[in-house]
Design a binder for this molecule. Structure first.
Ligand code: ADP
Ligand code: MG
Length: 701
């Protein structure tokens, strides 16, 4: 007999040949014994309960009954035939029906012998029937080892069609347990097992598939969820430790003239406590010998830019250059203008590099970068072109990370011998639990406080039929000197409808708000960058009162005088997008408004999204709702979703387990960083196994 282990191909398992193995691989991603044992049921059917026929209710779930078949006959139909049996117990009778496999059933089924039948009942013409019941002779039923609950595994149509039913998967699972004699290697240390009162791995695996009791099922779930989250945390924390000890960064030893005179003479306002705290965290990072890799989270308008600038000034004080990358030209330009203004009089050479910078100027930039006379470079993707070479880049700030791929970030890395410190800024509020799971290897700073004096944005939901009153409201606000955004769902080249909606909307607004009294700007993704810029600038300079736009304005644009945001077809936007859009207003001292326009037809989820927007402006609260509605994958965008390929834990629900797993993983590594201690052998083995087999790293940071 060959020595099987968890890496053995599933095709060697009893009852699985090459073709089934192929099917399992394609449909469920199961290739090995290990994959199969970790393929967990998504629900269970309680088989401790028996029903009497007179107890049946119209909407009962799957149920089981003991009784006998009293007669059986074939009924001819227009298409084919069906087999119908009368099944009765002492309280009544129901029909059992088969549409397929009639001949085989008829040949094997026994009349007037007690059976246990199991299935879902239908109610029609005041009588019950059960199509395609599972049947077992009572004598057999008693002989077989019975578990309290029967596992139901996730399946696909193709699997069912090819005869790999739930029953078949159960049988495969049983052969697997038999093959290993029910014994599986322990994956946690004895210390952890004791401290957490966990059942053993073998017990947990058996009870997750074939629970012996409700209690053992919960124990199995608790243990396996912990284990799954523990290993994710262990990997993330270990990676962070390695980075901190091995990857050297430029130590910024001092805070000097640039920083100090800026702070004394140029800082236009007092920093909020949150900004001060984050700045301290950054200073500690860049002052050490390790490379900083920090994620700075802060809601729209929380004042991330000034923090980034102060961090860059520290780099300058230590003789290094600094860079900011932004996802769009508009945003880069805005950073450029505001930073230029902020550092006035400090003799700091700041330049802007985007796709539309002319060759001649570009050459100057390249030269100044290489000879070190350029201090701060601000730009778009143009920054990571090969021609761009810094003399000594000390810190790279990346604004709005969700628009930047990981590979792009790493391009900055290779420019120097020592990597620059990295500060990633995002206004997408990531719930803490998710941040821990995905960014567990980054350091995280949060600005959780808005600058003083901001008024809460008043948000309302209006239906299309209220449009006239919305127009009136816009007119009143414009009368007061305010400006208004009207936003339409994203334009994609392929989606002609969106473009038509936008143009129709633009037309109706220009009709309603006609020249010369009113001027209306329009910005959308199909326009040339220069035209977009031109329109944005008209709005910025208050030459236009209304900006009709698509989501191109979503990220970062700062126009404090714009205080009304009207979002059309708001039901088509996700929560985080709505929140981002709303963040475009409420930046000045005036009361701001957000109006969510929708049609009457709304899905249940859309209603929750709209109500959440009306109820709160707290980005983290909104992110939590978003996480619940959409699940983690969608929230993070494609890049990160693969990381959270969880088999059993659910980070929206298992927050407590996640926190515990993180603490235990941290303690384990602190005591034994290389997992060398005798007692940690099971952890070391499992950890190395995961490292070899999974690509958990590949997607993060
Ligand atoms: P975001 O975090 O969205 O990038 P910004 O950095 O653009 O926010 O800041 C938003 C606005 O708040 C800017 O006009 C900025 O000048 C202002 N601001 C930032 N910090 C403070 C503060 N501590 N006090 C007052 N205003 C501030
Ligand atoms: Mg910003």
């Amino acid at each position: 007999m060959p020595q099987y282990n968890s890496n053995t191909s599933i095709s060697y398992l009893k009852g699985v040949g090459p073709s089934r193995a192929d099917l399992l691989k394609k449909e469920l991603g199961i290739r090995t014994f290990g994959d199969l044992i970790n393929f967990f049921p998504h629900r269970y059917i309680d088989r401790t309960q028996f029903f009497k026929i007179n107890q049946l209710e119209q909407n009962s779930a799957e149920i089981q009954i003991v009784g006998k078949i009293t007669s059986i006959k074939t009924v001819q139909q227009k298409r084919g035939s069906r087999l119908v049996a009368i099944f009765s117990d002492e309280t009544g009778m129901i029909e059992l029906v088969w549409f397929r496999g009639a001949k085989w059933i008829k040949d094997t089924i026994k009349v007037n012998v007690p059976y246990v039948i199991f299935g879902k009942t239908n109610y029609f013409n005041r009588s019950f029937s059960m199509p395609h019941p599972e049947m077992e002779l009572v004598s057999e039923y008693k002989k077989n080892l019975r578990t309290v609950m029967q596992p139901v595994y996730p399946s696909t149509e193709l699997l069912t069609n090819k005869g790999v039913s739930n029953r078949v998967i159960q049988k495969m699972m049983m052969s697997l347990f038999a093959e290993f004699d029910g014994k599986f290697g322990e994956a946690l240390s004895e210390d952890i097992m004791k401290a957490q009162s966990f059942i053993s791995k073998s017990e947990a695996l058996f009870n997750i598939h074939f629970p012996k009791s409700h209690e053992l099922l919960s124990k199995a779930q608790a243990r396996l969820k912990f284990e799954e989250l523990f290993y994710i945390q262990l990997q993330l924390i270990r990676k962070k430790m390695i980075r901190k000890s091995k990857i050297k960064g430029h130590p910024f030893k001092k805070v000097g003239n640039y920083f100090n005179s800026f702070y004394k003479n140029n800082l236009p306002f007092e920093l909020t406590n949150a900004q001060k705290r984050v700045l301290k965290e950054i200073r500690k990072d860049v002052g050490s010998n390790a490379q900083m890799n920090r994620l700075l989270q802060g809601d729209v308008g929380s004042g991330k830019t000034i923090v980034a600038l102060l961090a860059m000034l520290i780099a300058l004080d230590n003789g290094f250059q600094a860079a900011i990358m932004a996802p769009t030209e508009i945003l880069a330009t805005q950073h450029y203008n505001s930073i230029l203004e902020l550092v006035e009089g400090l003799n700091i050479n700041v330049r802007l590099l985007t796709g539309s910078v002319k060759v001649k100027e570009r050459r100057v930039i390249h030269e100044e970068l290489e000879n070190g006379s350029l201090h701060i470079l601000i730009g778009t993707h143009a920054l990571i072109e090969d021609k761009v070479k810094f003399k000594n880049l000390g810190i790279a700030v990346i604004d709005e990370q969700h628009r930047f791929g990981v590979e792009q970030r790493s391009k900055l890395w290779q420019k120097n011998e020592l990597p620059p410190h990295i500060l990633v800024m995002t206004a997408t509020p990531i719930p803490r639990t998710l941040a821990m799971s995905v960014y567990g290897d980054l350091d995280i700073s949060v600005i959780d406080e808005l600058p003083p004096g901001r008024k809460e944005i008043a948000t309302a939901h209006r239906y299309d039929k209220n449009r006239l009153s919305v127009f009136k409201f816009m007119r009143d606000e414009i009368e007061k000197g305010r400006q208004v955004y009207v936003v339409y769902p994203l334009i994609q080249e392929s989606q002609k409808m969106d473009y038509k909606d936008l143009m129709d909307g633009y037309e109706s607004i220009t009709r309603e708000f006609s020249m010369p009294k009113y001027q209306v700007s329009i910005v959308h993704g199909k326009m040339k960058p220069a035209d977009k810029e031109y329109e944005m600038n008209r709005f910025l300079k208050r030459e236009t009162q209304i900006m009709v736009a698509t989501t191109v304005i979503e990220v970062g644009v700062n126009i404090p005088n714009a205080s009304v945001m009207v979002i059309e077809s708001a039901e088509r936007f996700g929560l985080s997008q709505l929140h981002q859009l709303r963040g475009r207003v409420g930046r000045g001292a005036d009361q701001s408004y957000c109006i969510l326009m929708t049609s009457f037809k709304l899905s249940a989820d859309a209603k929750i999204r709209l109500q959440t927007m009306v109820d709160t402006t707290d980005g983290f609260e909104i992110a939590d709702v978003d996480l619940k509605l959409r699940g983690p994958g969608n929230l993070m965008g494609k890049q990160q979703s693969g990381v959270l390929n969880l088999k059993i834990a659910d980070i929206t629900k298992d927050v407590a387990i996640l926190s515990k797993a993180r603490v235990v993983a941290f303690e384990t590594l602190q005591e034994d960083p290389s997992l060398e201690k005798e007692g940690n052998l099971p952890i070391r083995k499992t950890y190395l196994g995961i490292q070899k087999n999974s690509a958990i790293w590949s997607n993060i940071s």
